[in-house]
Design a protein. Sequence first.
Length: 313
Amino acid sequence: MASRSNTQDVSERTAILVVATGGSSGLGLEALASYVKQSEKDIILVLGCRNPSDPLITTRLGEAPNVRKLDAFELELTNSDSIRRFATHVLETYSQKISVLLLCAGAMYAKRVVDSSGIEQTLKVNALSQGFLLEYLWSRLFEPADGMVRSRVVFVASSLHKKAAQQYEVSPSSIGSLLNGNSWKSMSAYSISKLVQMHLFKIVDDAFAKVEDTESRPTAVAVSPGFVPQTGLARDTSWLTRQFMTYIMPMFPFTTSMEEGGDTIARAMIAQDIQPGTYLSPRGEETLAADCLDPVLRSKWRDWLISNGVQID
């Protein structure tokens, strides 16, 4: 665990609280660097990441003049206890409402791994763990947050969720067989997990819409930064795959640069003209996969979350 402040003698009471996962390297770090550069507000930035002592965090984020405090805390999204410790740290250390909650951490694995409850690890990191964290921090998302009309939750999505919806029938009853160990394909598992994440996004959006007080109603936004090969997503895949993603794929015309992807995420965090439930990409607003707009299927995924210990309401 590491906690740093670059302006110890300045009051933090007027600074907005931004909580982020997965911002210690790659695309997440680029997005946060772009965000703090664009923001006109003083910021307390709490970063949950696997390597909080990485000096790059301080170099890219801690030296920004409007970052009143940079607090990097260890977070391992494969571990439920780690998620709980991170959430407890946020709740006990800061009294402010959360202005922005950025859910950026993601993973893709070369081999199938399941936890003690039988949940496949890609699915846990990219979807279920975000539900756990949201539930723990839920109360801090309500009420106007330090000058912002509404608190905002930003889900970093992937356009691959649409491919998964086209190729597979993804539902709570089929997810186990789709993510079994037979002919394991890491990219397929990743795209399926990102489809489940978008169901979570719509469930959260539905819950926010039920809040009668529009001044305290949070906003949920999803953003696909484009295909950014260097993001570090493939860090747990084979050496050959990592080299290909880092050095070869960026030369393809359909890829997105780290800077453009980071700017797209930053826009989702800061722009005030974005409507609740919006799905953004570098091209602007887009439509989610049709599966994510099916209320019956969404209800089944809500029940699945509850059965796995996540209550979003």
